[in-house]
Design a protein around this ligand. Structure first.
Ligand code: ADP
Ligand code: MG
Length: 264
């Protein structure tokens, strides 16, 4: 009822107690429980349920924002028939987020356009849904930020800022050499070793990582740590993007129209 003094007080209490889910839903819940002739316990239970649901949704939204995914891509958007050699079972299980609980790592290896970033993002989403905190970052940007932090004498603080994330997704390792950033990336991994999870996407097989880090001993030490408790997923196939644009060109040639491929 509008302007009801009791409702006004309830609103004030719920605001003060920081119960937004209950505040936005208790009137509807009250109507419904009255209509169904349910008791006060059912009313209370539905209100608390609404509050829990609101908090869960808000937390998910906040964690999605802090993850900084370049684009939100879920497993259900992924067409496994386009990648017949991909280990669907392994990918599906990794997107469930359990590996993060086990402080395990994953490396997604394959040529450009085969869906590595898409799956890495889906893995991140799965981890968030499982209650984890996730951060997505490009390998090059991470190295630049690490170098800047070192130059400004705040490297320990910068490294610590990643400690709150249960999972860090490092995207596109190896497309460009990392220079002195390679050593810092090693330090970054060493800090997380066996405490937190890392997912790396790369177009370079392990044998070529030395080209990125330009130091054989460091590369061996890094691979040693990273691949201990590690899931390796190989993306073997042609670029999905390339195939989509080829199909579209074919269709145009034959006067057929088809939906635009998903952009990234
Ligand atoms: P990579 O990181 O391996 O270079 P991306 O994950 O960026 O590749 O994929 C390129 C684009 O193609 C993205 O828009 C992605 O969503 C899409 N894509 C790739 N593989 C698939 C697939 N099997 N099903 C659906 N979309 C895909
Ligand atoms: Mg990519």
């Amino acid at each position: 009822m509008k302007n009801d003094p009791v409702e006004a007080i309830v609103d004030i209490y719920l605001r003060e107690l920081k119960l937004p889910g209950m505040r936005s839903s208790y009137r509807a819940v009250l109507r419904e429980t009255t209509e169904k002739a349910l008791g006060p316990l059912e009313f209370l239970s539905a209100c608390l349920g609404a509050e829990i649901e609101t908090r869960r949704a808000n937390r998910f939204k906040a964690r999605l924002k802090e993850a900084r995914f370049p684009c939100v891509k879920s497993l259900s958007d992924f067409d496994f028939s386009a990648m017949p050699k991909l280990d669907k079972l392994k990918v599906t299980s990794l997107c469930g987020g359990d590996f993060v609980g086990g402080k395990e790592n994953a490396v997604l290896i394959g040529p450009s356009g085969t869906g590595k970033t898409h799956i890495a993002t889906s893995m991140g989403l799965g981890a968030i849904e499982a209650g984890c905190r996730v951060r997505f970052v490009g390998a090059l940007i991470l190295c630049q930020e690490l170098e800047l932090a070192r130059a400004e004498h705040r490297l320990p603080k910068y490294l610590k800022s990643y400690d709150k994330y249960d999972l860090v997704i490092i995207d596109e390792l190896g497309y460009l050499g990392l220079g002195t950033g390679g050593q810092l990336l090693f330090q970054f991994m060493a800090e997380r070793y066996e405490r937190r999870s890392v997912v790396i996407t790369t177009n370079l097989e392990f044998g070529r990582w030395v080209e990125v880090f330009a130091d054989p001993a460091l590369t061996t030490a890094l691979l040693d740590r990273l691949t201990h408790h590690c899931h390796v997923v190989v993306f073997d196939g042609d670029s999905y993007r390339f195939r989509q644009s080829q199909k579209a060109a074919e269709d145009r040639k034959h006067g057929r129209s088809r939906p635009k491929p998903a952009d990234d």
